[in-house]
Write a protein that binds this ligand. Structure first.
Ligand SMILES: NC(=O)c1ccc[n+]([C@@H]2O[C@H](COP(=O)([O-])OP(=O)(O)OC[C@H]3O[C@@H](n4cnc5c(N)ncnc54)[C@H](O)[C@@H]3O)[C@@H](O)[C@H]2O)c1
Length: 341
């Protein structure tokens, strides 16, 4: 039985994470930590056998854990992950990986030094549409993928006004960090995880005046990423924008075919040519009535630490992701393209 200690018992923990462990037979939540007593009381009733803690260090030091699952606000991800890895404990952590490249690199170094698994949640990789497209691409049916466009744009959808999401010190940023990690990762994963080499971006904060509360994060981020293999990716993420309707999409252009997945209008199309005619393929995949993506991601993590699977996510992919995010903010500030190491 894999013994899990959770840090941060808020919404994502009580929903998708605990929901996943409830269904995974070979994993058990043995300890839960939160700084908020009310949250501890709620989860304590749900898991009466779990030990409850207010300090993650005490939990990690006192319990014989196989893995720590981090569901805190973003600024604590690297701090808790590094502490656990240094104690020889595997880590699964909510996205984003970290709020700075320096912290992401320290997480990667701690994982390498300990020889333990560090996996950051990339739940959208476990959508049936993603799995199908990954196979389709592996089979060579799209040819070389040389360009993409992706985004998650909300007309009005700023999460937790006045809470940690809209406070840069705790979140690291706005929709770029919150939504961008999911969708940029999805595009890069399907493109074969090329290495980002240059990044250009602009960010805007035009909506704070519409609310009672102040924020120091962006509400719109637009950008452009070039990769070492010559491919490029155009990105846009908003929590609030004067647009027609909300969209979440990944569009890829390959030599043999192109594709467009969309999470909100539930469309998934492949664009190709057959017998000299343009053909649109509509794969009959039910992306909604499937096991939750988090559950599949967490099952994969458990398989990896039990030696039953090779990790689908590497800490290096996490560092590359945070490099892109940080470079968009830098580029927005200085007004020109940023070259990555
Ligand atoms: N993968 C996804 O689809 C997805 C969706 C939503 C949120 N998230 C991520 O999950 C994380 C948590 O988001 P949420 O919506 O559950 O937030 P939340 O505010 O509901 O929960 C965070 C919890 O962490 C606790 N906490 C804060 N500091 C702590 C510390 N030092 N030690 C222990 N507990 C601490 C808080 O008291 C709170 O209960 C964030 O990183 C967010 O980006 C991921």
């Amino acid at each position: 039985m894999v013994k899990i200690g959770i840090v941060g018992a808020g919404k994502i923990c009580q929903g998708p994470h605990m929901g996943a462990y409830d269904k995974i037979d070979n994993a058990e939540i043995v300890a839960i930590c939160d700084i908020n007593e009310e949250k501890l009381e709620v989860v304590g009733k749900r898991y009466p056998n779990a030990k409850l803690y207010k300090d993650y260090r005490e939990m990690i030091d006192n319990e014989k854990l196989d893995a720590v699952d981090i569901c805190t606000p973003n600024n604590y991800h690297s701090i808790v992950a590094i502490y656990a890895l240094n104690k020889g404990i595997n880590v699964i952590c909510e996205k984003p990986d970290a709020v700075s490249v320096e912290e992401a690199e320290k997480m990667k170094d701690a994982a390498e030094a300990s020889g333990k698994t560090l996996m950051v949640i990339r739940n959208n990789r476990y959508r049936p549409t993603t799995k199908f497209l990954k196979e389709y691409i592996k089979d060579g049916k799209m040819g070389e993928i040389y360009a993409g466009r992706c985004g998650w744009i909300r007309r009005r959808g700023i999460p937790g006004w006045g809470g940690w999401f809209t406070d840069k010190a705790q979140s690291g940023g706005g929709p770029l960090i919150d939504l961008g990690v999911h969708i940029i990762d999805l595009a890069m994963y399907l493109m074969g995880n090329p290495r980002p080499v240059t990044v250009s971006g602009s960010t805007y904060s035009k909506f704070p005046h519409t609310s009672y509360s102040k924020t120091d994060v962006e509400d719109l981020a637009m950008g452009f990423i070039r990769f070492d293999n010559g491919a490029c990716l155009q990105i846009e993420f908003s929590w609030a924008s004067n647009i027609e309707y909300d969209q979440m999409f990944v569009e890829l252009r390959g030599e043999k075919s192109g594709s467009r997945m969309s999470g909100i209008d539930r469309k998934f199309d492949i664009f190709t040519e057959e017998c000299g005619t343009n053909v649109t393929i509509k794969p009959a995949i039910d992306d909604y009535n499937c096991p939750p993506h988090h559950e599949m991601n967490i099952r994969h993590f458990i398989d990896v630490i039990e030696g039953k699977a090779e990790p689908d996510f590497t800490p290096e992919q996490g560092v590359n992701m945070v490099k892109i995010l940080e470079a968009i903010y830098k580029s927005a500030e200085c007004g020109h393209e940023i070259a990555l190491d």
